[in-house]
Design a binder for this molecule. Sequence first.
Ligand code: FE2
Ligand code: FE2
Length: 155
Amino acid sequence: MPSAEKSKVTRKQLIDGLNEDLSREYQAIISYVNYSQVLKGAAYMNIADELAVHAKEELAHALKIANHVDYLGGMPSVTPKHVKTSEKAEDMLEFDLENEKETIRQYRRRVKQADELNEFAIAESLRDILVDEQDHLIALATALGIDPPDAGIAD
Ligand SMILES: [Fe+2]
Ligand SMILES: [Fe+2]
């Protein structure tokens, strides 16, 4: 029964998934712009600088994802996911850590979906983005003094 269980993912599902990813990238840009400037305290100055670097990387990701959505015939999203705010440094780092975990879970699934649709160049681009997101996760976990959590993979 080999060909009966072929690709279940549709192009439309990939477009919709990538648009959700794009909304997460917008969320990441906004949170990193805000947190990098709001984060206070001598203990957090290194990570504040690091967050400003993340902000620029998230913008580069957003541009790539928007390009892929357009290439697939979709309309790139213009809506960020909700951004939480706090005055507390640890809260901000934890919000970012949670968001990066979710981002990694989702991109891992998206790589498989793109591969399934033979969109190998998109899958390759997503793998590059995943490397950055894993670096972001490590930087946040290190700043929080914890081991980087395993993000797993989205359904
Ligand atoms: Fe990103
Ligand atoms: Fe990230």
